[in-house]
Design a protein around this ligand. Sequence first.
Ligand code: FNR
Length: 184
Amino acid sequence: MKLVAMVGSNRKDSYNMKLASFMQKRYHEKIEIEILPIGQLPFYNQDDELNPPAIVEDIRSKIKKSDGILFATPEYNASISGLMKNAIDWFSRVDKVMVNKPAMIVGASMGKLGTVKAQMQLRQILNAPGVGTITLPGNEVYVGSVHEKIDGNGNLNDEQTVQFIDSVVDNFINWIEKVGVLNK
Ligand code: FNR
């Protein structure tokens, strides 16, 4: 089973990138996760969508071949980042490669609420017709106070959080087995 991951921050020390990388390592025996370079995408422009830059086609084909998408979102001004929205906009057009893809969401912030507002909006965006992921219900992974939970090596060291993410990943794998047929 192969997932692609979209991380909504291109900050060097991004907690969301650390979270996605931690998940990539921790679950590698269960599921392969490839982190997509969405931070390198140009701004979406409808004039370019039928003849887009190579990176758009590269990422599009990776999404198309994947069994599901992991979204790791920061919270910017009570919403998702422009970087994440830009990626979603690109791949909601032309082939619409996210339609019927199983999806799960995680998010990390230093605040206590751990990206609640961003994730509420992300769920709504993922439900737009051109996006159309089949998003895992419930299983809401809000990693608040993340600066106290990730060590210098990028490992999530809060046992309760790790166990919860373990269970959500298992639920997601079961979800893909149930709904993945729609994605074929
Ligand atoms: C933030 N941050 C933030 N945090 C939050 O909990 N709610 C919010 O609305 C915002 N708004 C916001 C706007 C902007 C423009 C920035 C740059 C930051 C803080 C944010 O959660 C924090 O910088 C995270 O560390 C960003 O995620 P990465 O880059 O660590 O993955």
